[in-house]
Design a protein around this ligand. Structure first.
Ligand SMILES: [Zn+2]
Length: 61
């Protein structure tokens, strides 16, 4: 009987490494997706995502 291995996790990619800039709030925002409307507010919403750390923020205009 072989030993039952615990759930294997993929090693994190270097891209997810924490950036000093991100830690200081200087994220590298790129447009992630645009939603026609924010259902709650009825406004146009653009979602941004940081290329480096994957943080997300949304902006409504
Ligand atoms: Zn970031």
């Amino acid at each position: 009987m072989a030993d039952i291995l615990p759930f294997q996790r993929k090693p994190k990619t270097p891209a997810t490494k924490r950036s000093a800039l991100c830690a200081n709030g200087h994220h590298r925002w790129v447009v992630w997706q645009s939603k026609p409307f924010d259902v709650k507010r009825g406004k146009l919403v653009t979602v941004y995502r940081c290329e480096r750390c994957g943080a997300e923020r949304s902006e409504s205009k």
